[in-house]
Ligand binder design. Structure first.
Ligand SMILES: Nc1ncnc2c1ncn2[C@@H]1O[C@H](COP(=O)(O)OP(=O)(O)OP(=O)(O)O)[C@@H](O)[C@H]1O
Ligand SMILES: [Mg+2]
Length: 279
């Protein structure tokens, strides 16, 4: 009798390889519900995200828009591997990102960085600017001369090296946001994920920070995900946008198309809420 040979099934990934663009950041089939209630009495909350799939290619700028509570920050936190989704997967290039390997997570965090909404609240006010910008290099084990890398990052965002000795509370809102961007850039990431990064700034400072982000994205071929309520700000920065509504993607397209020809009522509401720009 011929002995039977057991052939192991081919190894499969959750996303077919053809869907994974080289170097892209991809969230596939993401659903997420925050636990609510006490530990003893957990209730199922309304899902913050349901079946969301997003791909950001290297060098692509993508706007993430939607009204308050639509799930923008949750999706960003999932893409940053800060929030573990109830369902779905995250891939960076061909690598699936999952909790467990601290080393793999450090490498992911060097490549995918975050710009917060309110730097004054998220940056430690007791730390000097130099120390704040150096911190990711230390935490993420980045090789090289940290002093030079910090100086270069400050220079890249238009801040003088002399500011390095100051504390964040001594800076203006625009300068503090530049420190937050320098801190994100210092590890030479491939992707920047920014959650309403200019909402606390007055219009001239807002535009200068948006222009800085656009220039950095273009020069470094950074993939950029930019969360905002403000479609005008998004149009300044992002070719393509995704509209979230009640945790689902309801419309995607070029930002200009969404602005001029909104298809879904959620997109129309965002457009109608925009202030009329002077002619
Ligand atoms: N830590 C949390 N615990 C419980 N529920 C949460 C938590 N964070 C967000 N949610 C809920 O998840 C849903 C999506 O919230 P999320 O913060 O992602 O929305 P958003 O689009 O970023 O809103 P905003 O524009 O106000 O920042 C909301 O219903 C919110 O109340
Ligand atoms: Mg938010």
């Amino acid at each position: 009798m011929v002995p039977l040979t057991v052939v192991p099934p081919p190894r499969t990934r959750s996303a077919p390889p053809s869907l994974i663009l080289p170097g892209s950041l991809r969230a596939t089939g993401i659903s997420h519900s925050y636990p609510v209630g006490t530990r003893r009495r957990r209730r199922s909350a309304n899902p913050a995200l349901t079946g969301v799939t997003v791909t950001v290619a290297a060098g692509e700028t993508v706007g993430l828009v939607g009204r308050s509570g639509s799930g923008k920050s949750t999706l960003l936190r999932v893409l940053l591997a800060l929030e573990r989704p109830t369902a779905g997967t995250i891939h960076l290039g061909g690598d699936r990102i999952q909790p467990g390997s601290a080393r793999a997570l450090r490498s992911f965090r060097r490549r995918v960085q975050y710009v917060p909404q309110d730097p004054a609240a998220s940056l430690d006010p007791r730390m000097s600017v130099d120390r704040l910008v150096r911190e990711p290099l230390v935490c993420l084990d980045v090789a090289g001369n940290h002093r030079n890398l910090v100086r270069t990052a400050l220079d890249d965002v238009g801040l003088p090296a002399s500011l390095g000795a100051h504390r964040v509370r001594e800076l203006s809102g625009g300068q503090a946001q530049r420190v937050a961007i320098a801190r994100a850039l210092v590890t030479a990431p491939q992707f920047l994920l920014a959650d309403e990064p200019v909402s606390g700034l007055d219009p001239p400072r807002r535009n200068r920070v948006l222009d800085l982000l656009a220039e950095l994205a273009r020069e470094r071929r950074l993939g950029l995900v930019f969360v905002s309520h403000d479609l005008h700000a998004v149009a300044r920065l992002c070719n393509r946008s995704i509209v979230l509504h009640s945790g689902q993607i309801v419309e995607t397209g070029t930002t200009l198309d969404l602005l001029h020809r909104p298809g879904h009522h959620a997109t129309r509401a965002l457009v109608e809420a925009l202030p009329v720009l002077p002619a």
